[in-house]
Every structure is written in structure tokens, then in C-alpha cells.
Design a protein around this ligand. Structure first.
Ligand SMILES: *Cc1c(COP(=O)(O)O)cnc(C)c1O
Length: 557
């Protein structure tokens, strides 16, 4: 289906939201994980609320990758082929950027993002796959997070510098440039060429940092940066600010040129202030798009009780008034869809009565996806004594992350150690569509990150919207969303330390003495927790609240 192209009001766009990845449409492989989906949720809320925000990203003709897993959990990666013309309209505008002294031409594809009330905001995806480009340049916007340092820097030049030029070419007069992570921070260099007044540039820029994990902050050799960007933009003056120890760190670029800087949860704000002393860093806690992440049975239920909830998501708090049996009924529908899905796709033999745990996200080692199997014998004993357990995994490891790939293999290895009382499966090629099934159909959503590396985490918020309680280490958003035994359960102590043995033991204790007994024997109390998850956490951890905080704290001043 070809998208219609309604007229776009480019001149009225106030904010340009730059992100290396944007997960806006489940059929467009332009995202890898939480960061891109957050960007998508932010832009969905912007158009719902009729806020003049234009999104800017790269096209990725070959996507991120399709994950293939063999019987032992070995991951291999396949290219994704998709047709951008099915979803977007190519714009006639052409701009160029200079990379390594050669001109690279860029075109843009328009994705019209239609909000709930019919308002449409533009999102543009930049593309260098043009016949007039030299061979290498044509590949720059092929792969998300692919290839080497040089390739990544080329992409960031196209995104940051090319993005600003394209916005100008299509007629935008942007008041605020929002960098969602450091990947797009080179946009400040382009602004510097025009404005040349650092305090004026800082007034125009907003920077959101997303991770305390060092490898999550792009860093390039100064030599490579000089060679690719050139001295017209990378002036001696600019270099003094952003090159330290012969490195150009993109987080530093963002920090230097943005007046408003934030982390993505309260704790992450604190951690970021410790990491980057001398900078003023606030926090705006992430949220997810309520309408997008609530499964049909719950949507229908919410609409029946509080019809206005879709436009006024804060009214999710009134879902406390929904009768418990209705909540349970909607959950059972979601759970059946999940169990049917895993039985078909993984050949699992799971059932709808057993307690079902969901764990799916990028397979990065700091998320400790294999912590659940720390003590397999104990797990078996718990399941035999209190009630059956099923756990469903999903998630891709970055192609170059061998440790992440090994973690998937360890989970596969653990599968073989169980009899009938504990069932395990790993869903292949986790993406938005599968996430919707897993997040709404599980009985509980598990997260076991190494503190304080989960800057926010958003999947638990999606689960909450579907009445799925969270069971997690106290890190990221969960520090704010957790009320013990009311919205879910914590794992391990509140401390800064990470003792995987102690965390695992606490996880087993809670499962054995609190969670499983409540699920199997006190289902009325169980549904209380489900309902609280919706009313207390869904009504706050949503992207409408998030973008409204950006509006009041960062976008107008
Ligand atoms: C929400 C989401 C994520 C992020 O999950 P976290 O637990 O916050 O890391 C990753 N992948 C997909 C497909 C998602 O929908």
C-alpha cells in the first residue's frame, strides 16, 4: 500500500528530533532495540498531541539484521530486504555533505506519522543510496550499527550535518534540535558554521544521554575525525572543545553544545552527573506509547470503562475501578495468543495454566539474561513444590558482541537441564511484533540488569500497560515504579553492588515464598497487583507524560 502524502507544514516545525534509530513501523527495520522504539514512541505521542516535532534518522536499506538461531543457540545474521517506497515518499530535495573531501549526496524519505486525532507529523529518513554517489558513499545508509568506525562516523556525518541541511532544504526553521543520544551530535558543528556563538547554539540544542555503559558512547580517533569531517567544520576552535586525549567522544560533543541535558530516569540522572562532572544534567524518565503497547483485549476493556483514555492516558489511573474478573479475562486472551505463538514458532509444549515468565530485550551481557539459571536444581525444586514455571526468552545480540552471543548459548544450554516442571524457550528474531505478544501474554516480566547500567529500561512499562507485573533488580525506571507486592517485586538489595549469587538467591526466594504462592493460591490478590500495574504505572510511565516534560522543561525557553 502506497502511503498518501498529505501536505506537510514544514515551516511550523519547532523541534527536530534526531535519532540514529527510529522504530516507528513494525514493518520498517529501522531500529535495533529500546533506543529506537523510544524514539518511535516519542514521535507517536508528538503527533497525538499535535506538537510540531519532525523526526530525523537514516534509512537503512538493509535494516539491522534478521536473527537466525540454530539448535544450540548459535546466532547468525541475515540481511533484511524491504521496500521503503511501500511506506514512505521520496522527497525531491537533494543536499550534500563532504566526507573525506568528497561530496556525498543525500535524499530524504518522508514518513507521515499520523496521530490518534488525525494530525500528521513528518519523519524523514536520510538516504545516500543514489546513483550520483561514489560506490562507498552509496552504502553509508545501508546498515544500522554495522561495519567499522569509519562507516559509523560517515553515518553520523550524514545524520547530524546532512540532517540539518535537509531540514533547511525542505523549509523548516527549527528552534530546538533534540539529539536522542550522541550519534547525531555533529549537528552542532553545522549550527556552529552558521551561528558561531556557542551560547546561542547551546540554547538551540537539547541532548538526552541514554546509557552509563561506556561502549554505548561513540568515540572516534581524532585523526579519523579530522580526515572525514575536514577543517571547515572541525575548526581549531571546535576541536578545543570536543577533542580530548586524541579522541572525539560524541557524548562530550552533545554535552558541550546543549544547554538542556538529561538522563532517562532519576537514578540515571545521578549516575550521569557522576560520569560527567561540570555539566548540568537533569532527568526526564522515559515512557512508552500507551495506545501502541496496549494489546487489543485491554484496549477494548479500557475503552469500555474509560472511553477517553486513548487521548487522555493519565486516566489509566481510573482503571483501578475495573472489576478484577475483567482484567483476568483480558489477560487470559493475551496469554493464549502467546502460548500458541511459542508452541508454533519454537515447537515448545507450553500451556496456558502454568506460571509464565517473559524475558526479552537486546542480548547484552549487562542484562544478565542467564541469571535465572544460576541454580537449576533449586529452580526444579521450587517448580515441583509450588507450581510449574515456564520462561520465554527473546532478543538479538549485536553481530560483533561475542559475549552476548555466548549468553544466548548458555540459555539454550540450560533448556536441556529441565524435565517437565520448568519449560524454557527462546523466540527467534525478537522485534516489535513479537514484543507485543510477549509483553502482554506473560504472567510476569523479568529484568536482571547489572546496577546501574539499565539507564531506564522500557519493556517493563509496556508490560505494566497490559497488567503484567514487573519482577526486577532495582535499577532504572523500576526504582521509581516499584511498590513491593503492589506493582510488582524487586530482586536483590537496594545497594549499588552487584552480587549475582545474592541477587539470584533473592529472586528464587521471592518466587518460592511470595510470587508463585500468590499466583497459584491467591489469584484474587494476584489480580490486584495486575490492576495496580496498569493504574499506578501505566498512567505515569507513558510517552505522553514524557514528551510533555520535554515541552515544559526543554523545548520552550
Ligand atoms: C521495548 C523494547 C526493547 C527494550 O527493552 P528493555 O527491556 O527496555 O531493554 C527492545 N526491543 C524491543 C523489540 C522492544 O519492544
Amino acid at each position: 500500500m502506497k502511503p498518501e502524502c498529505p501536505p506537510m507544514d514544514y515551516p511550523s516545525m519547532h523541534v527536530a528530533y534526531f535519532s540514529m534509530e527510529i522504530g516507528i513501523n513494525a514493518d520498517m527495520p529501522t531500529y535495533s532495540g529500546g533506543l529506537g522504539i523510544l524514539a518511535g514512541d516519542m514521535l507517536r505521542s508528538a503527533s497525538d498531541l499535535k506538537l510540531p516535532v519532525i523526526g530525523v534518522s537514516l534509512l537503512y536499506r538493509k535494516g539491522y539484521f534478521r536473527q537466525v538461531l540454530d539448535d544450540h543457540g548459535n546466532q547468525s545474521e541475515a540481511e533484511v530486504f524491504w521496500d521503503p517506497a511501500k511506506h514512505m515518499i521520496p522527497l525531491p530535495n537533494r543536499i550534500s555533505v563532504e566526507i573525506e573531501g568528497r561530496e556525498v549526496f543525500v535524499q530524504a524519505w518522508l514518513y507521515p506519522q499520523k496521530g490518534i486525532t488525525g494530525h500528521v507529523n513528518p519523519i524523514i529518513f536520510l538516504d545516500t543510496g543514489l546513483p550520483e554517489n561514489h560506490e562507498y558513499a552509496r552504502t553509508i545508509t545501508d546498515h544500522l550499527y554495522g561495519n567499522d568506525q569509519k562507516y559509523r562516523l560517515c553515518q553520523e556525518i550524514v545524520l547530524g550535518i546532512g540532517g540539518v541541511r535537509m531540514l533547511e532544504s525542505i523549509g523548516c526553521d527549527i528552534k530546538k534540535f533534540h539529539m536522542n543520544e550522541g550519534h547525531s551530535a555533529l549537528l552542532a558543528l553545522e549550527l556552529n558554521q552558521k551561528i558561531q556563538d556557542k551560547s546561542q547554539i547551546r540554547k538551540k540544542c537539547v541532548f538526552t544521554t541514554h546509557t552509563p555503559v561506556a561502549s554505548g558512547h561513540d568515540e572516534f580517533d581524532a585523526e579519523l575525525a579530522n580526515k572525514l569531517i575536514g577543517s571547515a567544520l572541525l575548526t581549531p576552535h571546535v576541536k578545543k572543545d570536543i577533542i580530548k586525549d586524541k579522541k572525539m567522544n560524541m557524548t562530550r560533543v552533545g554535552l558541550c553544545y546543549s544547554k538542556f541535558v538529561n538522563g532517562v530516569a532519576k537514578r540515571h540522572g545521578e549516575v550521569s552527573r557522576e560520569m560527567f562532572p561540570g555539566f548540568h544534567i537533569e532527568s526526564i524518565t522515559n515512557g512508552v506509547h500507551s495506545g501502541y503497547w496496549t494489546a487489543e483485549p485491554f484496549k477494548e476493556l479500557f475503552t469500555r470503562y474509560v472511553p477517553s483514555w486513548v487521548t487522555d492516558v493519565y486516566s489509566l489511573r481510573y482503571m483501578l475501578g475495573i472489576p478484577k474478573k475483567e482484567i483476568w479475562k483480558a489477560h487470559k486472551v493475551c496469554k493464549k495468543i502467546l502460548i500458541d505463538y511459542v508452541n508454533k514458532s519454537c515447537g515448545a509444549s507450553m500451556d496456558c495454566e502454568s506460571f509464565t515468565i517473559g524475558f526479552a530485550r537486546r542480548a547484552a551481557t549487562y542484562k544478565r539474561g542467564d541469571m535465572f539459571f544460576k541454580d537449576i536444581e533449586r529452580l526444579k525444586r521450587i517448580a515441583k513444590k509450588v507450581g510449574k514455571i515456564q520462561i520465554i526468552y527473546g532478543g538479538k545480540a549485536h553481530p560483533k558482541d561475542q559475549a552476548g552471543k555466548d549468553m544466548i548459548k548458555r540459555i539454550f544450554g540450560a533448556m536441556k537441564n529441565f524435565g517437565d516442571s520448568v519449560k524454557v524457550c527462546y523466540v527467534e528474531n525478537y522485534d516489535i511484533n513479537i514484543a507485543k505478544i510477549l509483553l502482554s501474554g506473560s504472567d510476569i516480566w523479568l529484568n536482571t540488569p547489572t546496577r546501574p547500567k539499565e539507564a531506564s529500561g522500557t519493556s517493563g512499562m509496556k508490560a505494566a500497560h497490559n497488567g503484567v507485573p514487573h519482577f526486577s533488580i532495582l535499577d532504572g525506571w523500576w526504582i521509581e515504579g516499584h511498590i513491593e507486592d503492589k506493582t510488582g517485586w524487586s530482586i536483590g538489595p537496594k545497594t549499588e553492588e552487584n552480587n549475582t549469587d545474592a541477587d539470584a538467591e533473592d529472586m528464587y526466594d521471592k518466587l518460592e515464598y511470595v510470587i508463585l504462592p500468590k499466583f497459584y493460591k491467591h489469584s484474587d490478590e494476584w489480580v490486584d497487583v495486575m490492576r495496580n500495574a496498569i493504574a499506578i504505572n501505566g498512567s505515569f510511565f507513558n510517552s505522553h507524560r514524557m514528551i510533555q516534560q520535554y515541552v515544559s522543561n526543554a523545548y520552550f525557553d
